[in-house]
Design a binder for this molecule. Structure first.
Ligand code: 4AZ
Length: 250
């Protein structure tokens, strides 16, 4: 995350996805808890056969420092369902759902409440400020290794798909939208992919997921906002992944 700050210890449903062989110092991608058994991430986080998604760390905050004493949930990966329409050259359908081997129990669910995918009917005011979270690079030139000790958080305005085409033309497909300031400065970056853009609902404090961090040109550059896979667009697909499997728990 560029232009952010250390997230305050609070269950932001963020996590590291461990990649086998890389160890914990390799913050490969993020993800978001969407049920007691499922994590939403980016499809492009799941395609490299040399870096299979190995494990999930729920409520990661400072994962390399005993998570600062904060509670967490750790699980191996039972199954990864990548969107069949994922296109690695256009980044279309850049979403995937991970089924955890060890699901959260009822107590853990109250500790780490899953985030709620934004329904297609939800009206998102243009320019609404939303949260982005992640363990990725702190600057475009920065290193992915060893540098990001703590979960970072930042706020960016939502940019509609239509108005984002002023920056990227038809590279912004129908399942994408953007986030950022025209002048840049606040953005997601490499290593943040798979983590989400969310906002907190005033009525009940629940966290709604709007987008999955997907791509962009550089990080934090002017006229180059971050691009997100739209959770509203993919709502039915996501719901199907969560519902089609029996949730057997632990
Ligand atoms: C990446 O490489 C990436 N500035 C993710 C987000 C952005 C750029 C790159 C957005 O995964």
């Amino acid at each position: 995350i560029i232009g952010g700050y250390e997230a305050d210890p609070h269950p932001f449903h963020s996590m590291l996805l461990l990649r086998y062989g890389g160890g914990w110092r390799w913050a490969g991608c993020g993800g978001t808890l969407i049920s007691n058994c499922h994590v939403l991430t980016a499809a492009h986080c799941t395609v490299d056969p040399s870096k299979p998604v190995g494990a999930v760390f729920v409520n990661a905050h400072r994962p390399y420092q005993d998570n600062q004493g904060l509670p967490f949930h750790f699980s191996d990966v039972q199954h990864v369902t990548r969107h069949a329409g994922f296109n690695s050259s256009t980044n279309q359908n850049d979403i995937a759902v991970i089924k955890m081997t060890k699901c959260l129990n009822v107590t853990e669910l109250t500790e780490f409440p899953p985030a709620i995918p934004a329904a297609p009917t939800m009206q998102i005011p243009s320019q609404m400020l939303a949260d982005i979270l992640g363990f990725g690079k702190l600057s475009e030139q920065g290193s992915l290794f060893f540098n990001v000790e703590a979960l970072q958080r930042a706020q960016v305005p939502v940019i509609s798909q239509q108005s984002c085409r002023q920056y990227y033309g038809d590279r912004v497909k129908e399942d994408m939208f953007c986030g950022g300031f025209a002048e840049g400065g606040v953005d997601a970056c490499q290593g943040d992919s798979g983590s989400s853009m969310t906002f907190e609902q005033e009525q009940d404090g629940t966290t709604v997921i709007l987008g999955v961090i997907s791509w962009g040109v550089g990080c934090g550059r002017s006229q180059s906002p971050g691009v997100y896979a739209s959770v509203q667009y993919h709502y039915d697909w996501i719901a199907r992944q969560v519902c089609t499997e029996p949730e057997t728990g632990n």
